[in-house]
Design a protein around this ligand. Sequence first.
Ligand code: DGL
Length: 272
Amino acid sequence: MSAPIGVFDSGVGGLTVLAALRAHLPHESFVYLGDTARLPYGTKSPHTVSRYAQQAAQVLVDRGVKLLVIACNTASAVALDDLRQHLSPLPVVGVVEPGAAAACEASSHGRIAVIGTESTIRGRAYERAIARRRPEASVVGRPCPLFVALAEEGWCEGPIPEAVAQRYLGDLRPVPNDPASIDCLVLGCTHFPVLRPALAAVMGPGVALVDSAETTAAAVAHALEGSDLAAPVGATGSVTLLATDGPERFARVGSGFLGLELSPDAVSLVDL
Ligand code: DGL
């Protein structure tokens, strides 16, 4: 019960999920691994993403984690089933199912757009997860790879990210009184929640913006309770941060994603 929860992403984006996990589960300890040396995963083949995900997961398993969170949409979309099979009986939680659940909850008319990396959108994992919950929903997927670089650069609002968002998503902006217009945009990449201001400005108030962070934290809480693995109430949670490259950059860029000032000394370098 006092073992940490393992969380991994291709880089710093998964820190948006870690922030929600910490807020929901303050008694838990976390080990977060950002595979910064090999980011981005989103442009790689499924075979390569699966291999990277297995190696990242193994680092956390070797540290004795009691549950694994794949805080990366690309790795969740591509490698969740393999990881579950390979790591059984360790509970493994991905971010696609929770993100799909949040979308189905938020969308009033079931007209949903999903944005993510090339790999996430190509694999259609969100379409399948949404169809299981709301078979009548229509889902359109749109890869938006440039958003990853903008988010890492901290350009989250203003004319530049809005121009990029307009280029990617302008044709999805709702048309007044058109019942075919989308009413929900799923931020299907862990980098994208920090871009909410620009995305909201381009999509307008009629489109609900949802991401996986909150619903993933709820899914983890549920999995811990279901398996009697929750940390004792009163325990003090801790966070250990690992990266495969550049602790300084991880701390500088990651601070914005976690919503907490990070020092490079708090980030340990690991080799996969
Ligand atoms: N973390 C990845 C995701 O959520 C985005 C960055 C990457 O392409 O590795 O899909």
